[in-house]
Design a protein around this ligand. Structure first.
Ligand SMILES: Cc1cc2nc3c(=O)[nH]c(=O)nc-3n(C[C@H](O)[C@H](O)[C@H](O)COP(=O)(O)OP(=O)(O)OC[C@H]3O[C@@H](n4cnc5c(N)ncnc54)[C@H](O)[C@@H]3O)c2cc1C
Length: 536
């Protein structure tokens, strides 16, 4: 039987748009059916917006790509109808262990508290993730949603205009032109869109090579992230081990800069390295072997008129921290509700500038974390290495040294501090729910809070009165009334009220807090709504 990445999931089919005398006009065109492009398209289609995804390929991606998917993207994927299959198939994990030389120096738990629907992380091959997204597109199509994927449609030229974008597209049957009111460029790290528009992409290339081997083996390692600094089986370098579904394990071995990549990739050189790590007797089979170098960089701006960049086309990080696809999904979560409001005429086009502000902030946070991890893992001077090793030694016995160890700060949601869409904090409640934060989950009887939020503006009241609906500037904000008395775990109180007896939150469609106060104040919340849609 063919594996999922060998099957054309969106094969080329001739489209009527290829035959029109004048180019057809579409509301939104997305370039790229990778995880980010598909997530964007699903989000828009769920809101009823016509969206066409163009991809130069017809299959999900193959090879060693993303495996670690974090809690926040899983919560977003729940809203997009793909969270459950991901969690069902994925390997769930919360614990990581750090080794130095031949000894474990400490372990950590990424989700030390209860009361969340989703785990800190799952491991899942990227091709499964993309498959579930394509299945969701098919499901939406069956329900009549205006979404399509056109496989083997390669965008070869782009023209930008004040109120639309023109595209030239190559197919197996020739070329055709299309127009789009809005274009979302999710065409990956090498983004042809970025190049066609002559746009910048600045940052750092890290001078190191990593051998990534995905191997199929029966092994009894626990479901944890294991990271080694200077292990006996890869002296002077690092190593990482992760479990994936279907008995596949990801092994990542640092090789150094000055190597012969072709030689290192040959099985006769890879297998002895893996045996040194796993033991001579462990039986395994190689699924993929590749060598990667990493870059941490981003575009200066993610919005260029009617062209919006998201995912790897806009920013790139090293895989330490799993911030690539995870942050790309957060880009689309931030972008799509804003674009929807602009398309519906409910918000000014300038609301899209806040996408740029907020997600550039997110990308900078990711690049900073990713660069710091890479610097710690691959010290660039003898002095840095001596200091790094001293921290590792200390961390075995002293708690204070552990936060200094950096084997990859794993993806966490970005808080949009300083966003122009936030209202001033009038509650002085818990830090983690300040304006700009993504809402932490909490158990609600037989369900979870985040299942009640998202896709629309919500007024969350906790032991506070407010109207059931407020309408402001054509935006309908519905109330979700909760009480801490119904929450035996106290999670709602801890996460949303702190020392206060009551609280009222304005929550954006992407589940981020726009404003909060101890009680409902109609005038103030109307201001907050206008501010959150870029009208104040
Ligand atoms: C070794 C490795 C490990 C990683 N691990 C993780 C991890 O654990 N967690 C994580 O979150 N991320 C990880 N990543 C990063 C992750 O793989 C990427 O961030 C993610 O694939 C980006 O998705 P995207 O949709 O932006 O781009 P892509 O997945 O690159 O998709 C771009 C799409 O655009 C299409 N395209 C390109 N040009 C054109 C054109 N001209 N016309 C039409 N279509 C076009 C391509 O065919 C492709 O389908 C890892 C990456 C690597 C290399």
């Amino acid at each position: 039987m063919n594996k999922i990445f060998e099957v054309p999931l969106y094969p080329y089919a001739h489209h009527a748009d290829e035959d029109t005398a004048a180019p057809a006009r579409r509301k939104v065109v997305v370039i790229g059916a990778g995880p980010v492009g598909l997530a964007a398209a699903i989000d828009l289609a769920q809101q009823g917006t016509e969206v066409v995804v163009l991809d130069d390929n017809d299959k999900v991606s193959f090879g060693s790509r993303a495996i670690c998917f974090a809690k926040r993207p899983l919560e977003i994927l729940d809203r997009l109808g793909c969270g459950q299959p991901m969690v069902d198939k994925g390997v769930q994990w919360n614990v990581g262990k750090v080794f130095f030389d031949d000894r474990q120096v400490y372990d950590f738990n990424l989700l030390p508290e209860d009361g969340h629907k989703r785990p800190a992380f799952i491991n899942l091959q990227q091709y499964y993730f993309e498959e579930y997204l394509v299945k969701r597109v098919r499901e939406l199509q069956e329900q009549g949603a205006p979404i399509e994927i056109r496989g083997r449609n390669k965008v070869s030229a782009i023209g930008t205009h004040p109120d639309h974008v023109t595209l030239e597209i190559d197919t197996p049957e020739g070329s055709y032109n299309l127009e789009a009111d809005w274009l979302i460029a999710c065409d990956g790290a090498g983004s042809p869109t970025r190049q066609m528009l002559g746009l910048d992409f600045v940052g750092r290339v890290f001078e190191d090579n990593f051998l990534i081997a995905d191997v199929i083996m029966e092994a009894d390692f626990p479901t944890e992230r294991w990271f080694w600094f200077d292990p006996p089986f890869n002296k002077g370098q690092s190593a990482l081990l992760h479990k994936q579904p279907d008995g596949v394990w990801r092994i990542d071995l640092q090789l150094g800069w000055d190597i012969d990549k072709e030689r290192e990739k040959r099985p006769e050189n890879v297998i002895p390295r893996l045996k040194a790590m796993l033991g001579e007797d462990v039986k395994f089979e190689l699924e993929w072997v590749s060598i990667y170098t990493f870059q941490c960089r981003r575009m200066e701006q993610f919005r260029h008129g009617r062209v919006l960049f998201a995912g790897d086309s806009a920013h790139q990080v090293s895989p330490f921290g799993a911030r690539g696809a995870n942050s790309g999904v957060q880009d689309t979560d931030n972008l799509c509700w804003k674009l929807q409001l602009v398309i519906d005429g409910k918000a000014p086009e300038s609301l899209l500038d806040s996408y740029d502000v907020e997600r550039v902030h997110g990308a900078d946070e990711n690049i900073l974390n990713s660069s710091r991890s890479t610097d710690f893992i691959t010290p660039k001077s003898e002095m840095s290495r001596v200091l790094r090793d001293a921290v590792l030694d200390l961390s075995e016995h002293y708690e204070f040294a552990r936060p200094l160890v950096n084997s990859g700060r794993l993806s966490v949601p970005c808080t949009y501090d300083g966003s122009p869409l936030n209202s001033a904090d009038a509650l002085d409640g818990p830090e983690r729910t300040r304006p700009g934060s993504s809402c932490p989950d909490a158990p609600l009887g037989d369900g979870f809070l985040l299942d009640q939020l998202g896709g629309k503006f919500v007024l969350l009241t906790i032991d506070a009165d407010a109207p059931d609906v407020i309408e402001e500037q054509g935006i309908e904000v519905t109330r979700l009334a909760l009480s801490v008395k119904d929450d035996k775990t106290l999670a709602l109180k801890d996460r949303y009220l702190g020392k206060h007896e009551s609280g009222v939150y304005l929550i954006r469609p992407d589940q981020h807090v726009a404003a909060r106060r101890p009680s409902f104040d109609e005038n103030q919340f109307r201001h907050a709504i206008r501010r959150a849609i870029g009208k104040e």
